[in-house]
Design a protein around this ligand. Structure first.
Ligand code: MG
Length: 369
């Protein structure tokens, strides 16, 4: 398979629910899609980076630049390529996992479509549906939070995840636990605490949480291990896990009992599968995180989340959770479950009219480097 042309597309998609980032409330999702046209057909990739650094160092404009100037030339220089070769060619460039994941996702999609194989089958899927959880941001008041969670419970989500930060932790979690005594409940701190705040985090032990996700800084594996010994609630790592290797290190230090896997964070779906594999080998359950993806990213996430070690509900939501209109045929949820796509490659693609409606810029090129 040879790359003949690529299109980098920028889309702006209005959000139904405002999304809180480090810069404030976002009412739109800026999207970067990559279409690769190869000698064997097309493939689609989606970049999960947000418009600004915050979740990690990467941001959308930076990722677009790295893809265009460095990653695609490295992959195109291979001539005849496979997804594994493409990943190896990009490995010489340090960092930029979300940018690399975008290229891998598109190459893998094209390669699998040409072989009439689904992402799910290729990754090693063992189930047809994935259990969906919902991630609930910091609210303006506890009353608003309770109302929001009540709505999600009514919609059928199997698990509720509350974002917490210093000053918005014990009281909102207590309120939700009181209102929803049987709910599968977990919290995510996005690295907002330090080990010195262990006492307040220990108060969360009272609420029978499935896990406390990424309480401390991404680099603070030892502090997570120390914190884990002070808490009853299992610690899950998200931002800290950037590769299968880092997962092994975190597990052997005792820094986590659960791992959140996001392909973008670890450089692609092939590495995400390796993270799953090493976690399973160590008896560590995993689940699939989300980054407000369109149907393209959600389709790949559904395939990943159908692997055997993904035993906890995913942050994978139906299209209507975020978007008025998705750019692909809508992903729908029934009884808190979403079906894993089984068609070739991602199993779906953008609807041409919707793609045109949301696209604000296309850069195409067929000469690399
Ligand atoms: Mg998280």
């Amino acid at each position: 398979m040879k790359i003949e042309r690529v299109d980098l597309l920028r889309l702006v998609m209005p959000l139904r629910t405002p999304f809180r980032t480090s810069l404030g409330l976002e009412l739109r999702r800026d999207i970067l899609l990559l279409r690769v046209v190869t000698s064997e057909g097309e493939g689609w990739g989606e970049c999960v980076a947000l418009p600004e650094p915050g979740y990690s160092e990467e941001y959308l404009d930076g990722a677009a630049e790295v893809i265009r100037r460095f990653l695609l030339p490295a992959v195109a220089a291979l001539g005849e390529l496979t997804p594994a070769k493409a990943v190896a060619a990009m490995a010489g460039i340090p960092g930029h996992p979300m940018a690399k994941a975008t290229v891998e996702m598109a190459v893998l999609d094209a390669w699998l479509r040409a072989r009439h194989t689904s992402y799910a089958a290729h990754l090693g899927s063992v189930r047809d549906v994935v259990e969906c959880g919902v991630s609930v941001g910091i609210a303006d008041s506890i009353d608003e939070l309770v109302a929001e969670v009540r709505d999600y419970v009514a919609q059928g989500y199997r698990r509720i995840k509350l974002k917490i930060e210093p000053g918005w932790d014990v009281e909102p979690v207590r309120a939700i636990r009181e209102q929803f005594p049987d709910a599968e409940l977990q919290v995510d701190a996005n690295a907002a605490y330090t080990l010195g705040q262990a006492r307040v985090l220990a108060e969360l032990d009272a609420f029978d949480l499935l896990m406390l996700e990424q309480p401390l800084g991404a680099a603070d594996l030892r502090d997570h291990a120390t914190l884990a010994r002070k808490l009853r609630t299992p610690i899950c790592l998200d931002e800290s896990i950037t590769s299968a290797r880092s997962a092994v290190e975190a597990i052997s230090l005792g820094a986590c009992a659960i791992v959140n896997i996001k392909a973008g964070r670890v450089g692609g779906y092939l590495e995400a599968r390796r993270v799953h594999d090493v976690c399973s080998a160590h008896g560590i359950p995993v689940w699939c995180g989300g980054m407000l993806e369109t149907g393209l990213g959600q389709a790949a996430n559904l395939a990943l989340a159908s692997l055997p070690g993904f035993t906890l509900a995913a942050d994978i939501a139906p299209s209507e959770r975020y978007f008025e209109t998705d750019v692909t045929p809508s992903i729908t949820m029934q009884d808190g479950l979403i079906a894993v796509p089984r068609g070739p490659g991602l199993g779906l693609e953008p609807v041409p009219e919707l793609l045109e409606e949301f696209t604000t810029e296309v850069v195409s090129f067929s000469e690399f480097g």
